[in-house]
Design a protein around this ligand. Structure first.
Ligand code: HEM
Length: 388
């Protein structure tokens, strides 16, 4: 882990372009946005339901099981298989990633990220780096195992496809390609962390909001019973579940989990809306300013699914709905995240009624976000009372 900055994402220029294109093509080949992926999510839902059921309606923290279930979707595309929730190799990697997302929002690490020379010795940086190094080691071990069993005719996931491309380029004498070990590690790490914490956090906001607003939960469950009944929800049901779809969109809007998107640097001098910005300036696109813009949303700071419904109760798209950002660096996993949120949320709501822990009133459920590079709910317990 030798980079000066903590948030090492794909750099700009050719390396980013090539890695992004390769990741997109391959994730699509391994099912992103397609039926194969839908089936994986549905299968994973069953594992998550079992875990929730084991709590027998008693209060529990939804964080770990939700993280593991969501992570398994990107893992099956990247490594070629899902992991058991009891596998310490997997759970430690997910837990460390989650911890680092939280740490990266701490003031000391934010300062370090802006002024790396001055704030080099902050204690949390040490913890962050230790966890990143541990995940790195685990990834190298996984890559080694995949390499040993690699069959170029049958790639199991993104790592296989990357290794095959790397071998082919090397065999043809190309020594300067972007397909080297460091880019493999960075790309896999980015897909793993971006593909786990974001979606899981959004899903947990959704469950918390259902427990806090039981009347809205009633309407979601009524719609699910009326339109779907006991069968498994499919992606194609989205257009028939207009209220539920509005609730999912409103969850993403209100939670605004990536408030500042990711930092970018201007590649040339530019004048934007009358302000001059010098080449090389770090720019944070404030997504929250759009998602909570009072001139766009009738009730910007409330949970108000009607933001996405017309007067006849039909779902309406809104231009100011930008949780995945926009432009060339728009979230690469948007279609995957949307599919996961829809299937996980609806399937869980079919199976369980979500309520606060006994003795806690709905009003007491706190919606103040916990700051990190993403905004997650404060630690809390919910009851998942079986419905089916
Ligand atoms: C609800 C879930 C998610 C949200 C809200 C979200 C949001 C975002 C945002 C705001 C960015 C920054 C865009 C910018 O730089 O302007 C981003 C980047 C990215 N996201 Fe997501 N994301 C989600 C899920 C996922 C998933 C499931 C994946 C897995 C494939 C993923 C992969 C990425 C990658 C690789 C980038 C960097 C793209 C680049 O720099 O070219 N995200 N995401």
């Amino acid at each position: 882990f030798n980079s000066q900055h903590l948030w090492v994402l794909w750099s700009n220029g050719d390396s980013w372009r090539e890695m992004r294109r390769f990741a997109l093509t391959n994730l699509r080949d391994f099912g992103m946005g397609k039926k194969a992926c839908e089936d994986k999510i549905i299968e994973e839902c069953q594992h998550l339901i079992e875990v929730f059921k084991n709590f027998k309606g008693k209060p529990f923290d939804t964080m770990q099981p939700t993280n593991y279930a969501v992570s398994n979707i990107i893992c099956s595309m990247v490594y070629g298989s899902r992991f058991e929730y009891s596998d310490p190799e997997f759970t430690s990697m997910v837990d460390r990633t989650n911890r680092n997302v939280l740490l990266s929002g701490s003031l000391s690490l934010q300062l370090y990220n802006m002024f790396p020379r001055i704030f080099k010795w902050v204690a949390r940086r040490k913890e962050f780096v230790e966890m990143a190094v541990a995940n790195q080691k685990q990834n190298f071990a996984l890559f080694r195992r995949l390499k040993e069993t690699l069959n170029p005719e049958m790639c199991r996931g993104f790592v296989d496809a990357f290794l095959v491309r790397k071998q082919n380029l090397e065999a043809s004498g190309n020594k300067n390609s972007h397909f080297h070990n460091e880019n493999l590690l960075m790309t896999v790490t980015n897909l793993f962390s971006a593909g786990t914490e974001t979606t899981s956090t959004t899903l947990r906001w959704g469950l918390l909001l259902m427990a806090k607003y039981p009347k809205i939960q009633d309407r979601v469950q009524e719609e699910l019973r009326r339109v779907i009944g006991d069968r498994q929800v499919q992606v194609s049901d989205r257009k028939s579940l207009q209220f539920t779809d509005a609730v999912i969109h409103e969850t993403q809007r209100l939670a605004s989990i990536v408030p500042t998107a990711l930092p970018h640097r201007t590649s040339r001098d530019i004048t934007f809306q009358g302000s001059f910005i010098k080449k090389g300036t770090t720019v944070y696109p404030l997504l929250t300013s759009v998602l909570h813009d009072p001139s766009e949303w009738e009730k910007p700071h409330s949970f108000h699914p009607a933001h996405f419904l017309d007067k006849d109760g039909k779902f309406v798209k809104r231009d100011a709905f930008l949780p995945f950002s926009a432009g060339r660096r728009i979230c690469l996993g948007e279609s995957l995240a949307r599919m996961e949120l829809f299937i996980f949320f609806t399937t869980l709501l079919q199976h369980f009624r979500f309520t606060p822990a006994p003795g806690v009133r709905e009003d007491d459920l706190d919606l103040t976000p916990r700051g990190g590079i993403t905004l997650s709910p404060m630690p809390h317990l919910l009851c998942a009372v079986p419905q089916m």
